[in-house]
Ligand binder design. Sequence first.
Ligand SMILES: [Zn+2]
Length: 381
Amino acid sequence: MSPGGGLNEHERSLYSRQIRLPGVGESGQLRLKAAKVLIVGAGGLGSPAALYLAAAGVGTIGVADPDKVELTNLHRQILHGFDTLGLPKTVSAAEALSELNPGLILPLHPDGLTAGNAMDLVPRYDLVLDGADNFATRFLASDAAVLAGRPLVHGSVLRSEGQVISLVPGAGCYRCLYPVMPDASQVPTCSEAGVLGAVCGIVGSWMASEAVSLLLGARKASRVLQIDAERGLCRPLALQRDDRCPCCGNTPSIRSISPETYRPVCASPPSSMPDHPLEISVKEAAAALAAPTPPVLIDVREPDEHAICRIPGARLIPMGQVPARLAEIPRDAVVLVHCHHGGRSLRVTQFLRAKGFASVSNVKGGIDAWSREIDAAVPRY
Ligand SMILES: [Zn+2]
């Protein structure tokens, strides 16, 4: 900063294309320079997000990640390269980020975000950007952000679909969407399901864009962005605070960070839902639907997709309407959920399980697989 407190000539030139944006200006650029962002997870999402925030002139970027750079990271974690293989990701990230902004202040947190340090770290920052690869850290980051009154941008990605959740303090939190941490053994990870590096780039860039809007004070409401790279879609959905939320509701049960709350839930026996796996194939779905007591089939696509093709008997409840239409989904029946390719319906399945629907399974591959393997009369799109 120049002695007068404004931008110096070098900074004015460096950020000139951004300063001319109506929502930024010199005051906005100064606001970004004064801002402190905590990046939780310097991986596939944290990499692009941190690079864009550094390039945008955010003055302080803290990096929390306990891992070291591995070969399998490099196709998507673009903060890191062959020259930093084996180094802590915090160190590797700091090298890359300081190249973009030599004046950047880079506090490194090589223990990652933990239940032990969350309430020390989070209040030191103005915003938390969560690109963690596990539910325990996601819930921890959200709860700590709520308790510290900080905005949070969350991102996640699976296969070719992603989700960005921007949370304004007092206007909803991660637990308003997912009240209970899912069993880790029931949720496929990127290492199992696969992920395209460029999709991480899309989602991470959205996260950076949302973070800049929040830092500039341009965002007053929380929202969810559902990104489908294969279909070329991004749907914004409003997120409302849930009065019954255990963290930000009217009578919250989470009032402090307790380590027991964030132990990864993977010890429960996989036989707890033997008849209702998280995902089933279209062949298994077809057999179940032909049985004397068929399951309830829910289609979570959009009406324009439903107009193109549908599986007979399926009830249409578009993904964005599911939270408001839970009463239409029976709790005492087996429920199958499908979408176009199986990504959105997997998220709905996880959401419904978190809401206490135990007998819910996702139809893997969606109606596209149904068309290819079960009924060729169903048009593909
Ligand atoms: Zn909440």
